[in-house]
Each structure stands twice: as structure tokens, then as C-alpha cells.
Design a protein around this ligand. Structure first.
Ligand code: 5GP
Ligand code: ZN
Length: 121
């Protein structure tokens, strides 16, 4: 089972309000906030409040939670200024492990959108 909170985890500290963030959404299970180094005009992260280390750590008990993140993503993307499908849209990215480019070891879904080309931040 995943711990509810890892006291050393930066995203656990953000969801608990111990580190400030620019919040996009919150409910009992999920938290979304703007990425501190945006790679696109709209760039936020959706995370489960419980400390799931990575997608490689997800188990069948997490299926509903992960599905909830994916269904929430398009709604928040529009709210945050992404243009509608199909001319607009957004990217969803989940980096997993060192070779997957994961730097923060608390599962998060990147949502990136806005007019292209995106500048590198
Ligand atoms: P990863 O490479 O693990 O998929 O992405 C981690 C993301 O978290 C990066 O895009 C990085 O900019 C973002 N990030 C890291 N630390 C913080 C923080 O303290 N606050 C916010 N808002 N974003 C962070
Ligand atoms: Zn965590």
C-alpha cells in the first residue's frame, strides 16, 4: 500500500500546503498546480494526494484514481486556457524512472498546451 504522506517528498509538502504552489484544483484525492518551470504557455501537474512513487508503482487499487486524473485533465486544460479540441488540445506526459526523465518521485501527470511553438523554459 502507498503511504498517505512522505515527509521528505516535495509534492506531498505541496498537497499538504507546507510548500506554496499556484493551485489549479483540489479535491479529497487529487491536487493540481502550475509547474514552476513551465515548458508551454499552459503547464500544470495533476497529482494524487497519496504518495504513489511512480506509474511503475501503481497497482489495481489505483485504477479508479488514475482514471479520475485522466478524465480531469481535459476539463482543467480548458479552464487554464488551452484551446478546444481539435485545433487546440494539450499534451499529457507521465515520466517514470531515471530513463523516463522522472525527477520528482511522486506520480504526476503533466498537462501542457497553448499556442505553438512552445519556448523552452
Ligand atoms: P518530472 O521530470 O519529474 O516529470 O517533472 C517534475 C516537474 O516538477 C518539473 O517540470 C518541475 O519544473 C516541477 N517542479 C519541481 N519542483 C517543483 C516545485 O517545488 N513546485 C512546482 N510548482 N513545480 C515543481
Ligand atoms: Zn509524495
Amino acid at each position: 500500500a502507498h503511504p498517505a504522506h512522505d515527509p521528505h517528498c516535495i509534492f506531498c509538502k505541496i498537497t499538504a500546503g507546507q510548500i506554496p504552489s499556484n493551485k489549479v484544483y483540489e479535491d479529497e484525492e487529487l491536487f493540481a498546480f502550475h509547474d514552476i518551470r513551465p515548458a508551454a504557455p499552459v503547464h500544470f501537474l495533476i497529482v494524487p494526494k497519496k504518495h504513489i512513487v511512480s506509474l511503475a508503482h501503481a497497482c489495481p487499487d489505483d485504477e479508479a484514481l488514475l482514471g479520475k486524473i485522466m478524465v480531469l485533465a481535459p476539463r482543467l486544460a480548458l479552464e487554464q486556457g488551452c484551446n478546444p479540441y481539435p485545433e487546440g488540445g494539450f499534451r499529457t506526459v507521465v515520466n517514470t524512472g531515471a530513463e523516463g526523465g522522472q525527477e520528482v518521485h511522486h506520480l504526476h501527470v503533466h498537462v501542457m498546451g497553448g499556442p505553438r511553438p512552445w519556448k523552452h523554459g
